[in-house]
Design a protein around this ligand. Sequence first.
Ligand SMILES: [Zn+2]
Ligand SMILES: [Zn+2]
Length: 117
Amino acid sequence: MDARYKCRAVRSPRGARVSEIDWGDGHKSTYPHDVLRGYCPCAGCQGHSGTIAFIAHEDGIALELENITTVGNYALSLKWFDGHESGLYSYKYLRALCQCAECAPASVAASREPLAR
Ligand SMILES: [Zn+2]
Ligand SMILES: [Zn+2]
């Protein structure tokens, strides 16, 4: 398996609003929970359109995690404090959501490509 999609460790202090993942290639990702929750991949949050989008939730939605379970060797299942637990976050998906300075500018740069004239 590609080391980039191998999760070595997950850190999510109880009550925190941020989780960290250490990857097999040495990369570290930090995820604010509003990002994780907003990108919850379950059908209940995303509908069935097939494209994943950031869903802004109303105030008051749980941004603390109650439980993190590894699913096989390919995904994490996150259970939020309000009981929502249908989101299955594959490591590939999580890696693509990385918010670090190294990964995030790549997507920003792509969207700033000068328009062809
Ligand atoms: Zn969901
Ligand atoms: Zn990153």
